[in-house]
Design a protein around this ligand. Sequence first.
Ligand code: ZN
Length: 436
Amino acid sequence: MSDDTQNLQAYRASLLHFHADPALAADAHAWHADGLLIVEDGRVKAAGDYDRLAPTLPAGLEPIDYRGKIITPGFIDTHLHFPQTDMIASPAPGLLPWLETYTFPTERQFSDPMHARATAEFFLDELLRNGTTTALVYCTVHKESVDAFFEASAARNLRMAGGKVLMDRHCPDFLRDTPDMRDSEELINRWHNKGRALYAITPRFAPTSSEDQLAATRELARAYPDTFIQTHVSENADECAWVGQLFPEQRSYLHVYEHFGLMRPRAMFGHCIWLDDTDFSRMAETGSAIAHCPTSNLFLGSGLFDMASADKAGALVSLGTDVGAGTSFSILQTMNEAYKVARLKGSYLPALRMFYLATLGAARSMQLEGTIGNFAPGAEADFIVLDPKATPLLERRTAHGNTLEETLFALALLGDDRAIRATYAAGRLVHERTLP
Ligand SMILES: [Zn+2]
C-alpha cells in the first residue's frame, strides 16, 4: 500500500455489505445501523457494531464520524470506455451510426499520450466522484491509451482493470490493428498484477476482429489465464444479424466467442440482450460474466436485458455504465434504469439486490471476491460514504421511518454523484464532496 496510508483508522456510520446473493439467500447482507469499520494498512481489519468494536481501538484513536450516513464497499463498474468520456451524450440513431459518427473519430485522438493522460485523469476522478473504486475499462487500439490509464490509476492507488482494444477490420484505417499480439503482450507484462492494476484482453466485438485476430486472442488468453477478457455481445438486432452473416457456421453470436476460446472465468461480456437460454447456460457453465448496461441500452434503443433468464441459468451478472453510450458515470443512476428495465421485462429488482450486483456480485463476476466487494477481514479497504440526505428531495424522502430497502431504493432512484459524500481507496480518502 502507499506510504501515505495511515496505519490504523476507524469510521463510524451505518454499515452495509454482502456475503451472498440476496436473490438466493435470505440473510445475504450484513447491516449495522451504528457500525464501525476499522482499516489497517489499507485493508479491512474489522466491520461490525460500534458497541462491540469501539473497545478494541487503541486509546486515543477517535473514529471519523459519519453517523447518519451509510458506508458500503466501493461500487464496481464492469463495462465502460474511458476514451469516450468526452463524447458522452452524443445523439445518433442507434449503435452503428453512433460508432461511425462519434466513437471512431474520438478514439483517434488517443494516439497522443498527452490527450490520453489528461482524459484518463479526468475519467478516474469522475469515477471516484461517483463512488466507483474499481472498473473494467476499454482503452483504444493505441497502447499509449493503456499506459495513460494505468499510470493515472497507479497515481491514485486504485484497483482498476483495462486493456488495449483489438480491432482489425470494419473500422477506419486510423484505428486498424493486426492479429499481431505483441503490443498486448508487452502491456500485460508491464501492467498486469503490478500494484493494483489488472490487464484485460479487449477485442472490441466480433464484427471488428478477423478470424485470425480472434485466434491470436485465444492464444494470448491461454498464455495469460488470470488476465481478464472483455468484449461486447448481442447488443442490438442489426449487429446480431451482421454477426450471423460474418460467422454463418456458428450457432449464435455468443458462440463465436466460445468457438475462439474466449469464454472462461474472468471473461466479461457487455450487454447480452439477445441471448437465448443455451447462451445463458454457457455463460454459467464457463464461469463467464455479464455486464448489464441499462443506461446505454435505453440510450441506443438496443433492447431490454432479461435478468430473470440470466438468474435462472445461474449466470454471473454485474452492472456497467458503458460510458460513453451510457448516459451517466453513476452506478446509482445505473441501478435506477436497471430497475425499470427489469419492470419492463416483467420482473422485479429489489434495491438490496442492486447494491449486491454493484459490489460483491461484481467482485464475484470478476473473480475478485476476497480482494474487493465486501468488508471481509483482509479485503482491500475500498469504500464509500453514502449520504441519504444529500439533496433536499432525498432528505425529505428519507426523513422518517424507512426500512433499509426503502432507503436504498430512494438512493438508487434519486441519487447520483451528490449522494457520494466520500470515497476511499485502499484506506485513503480519494474524493470528498464539497458541500454547497
Ligand atoms: Zn461498451
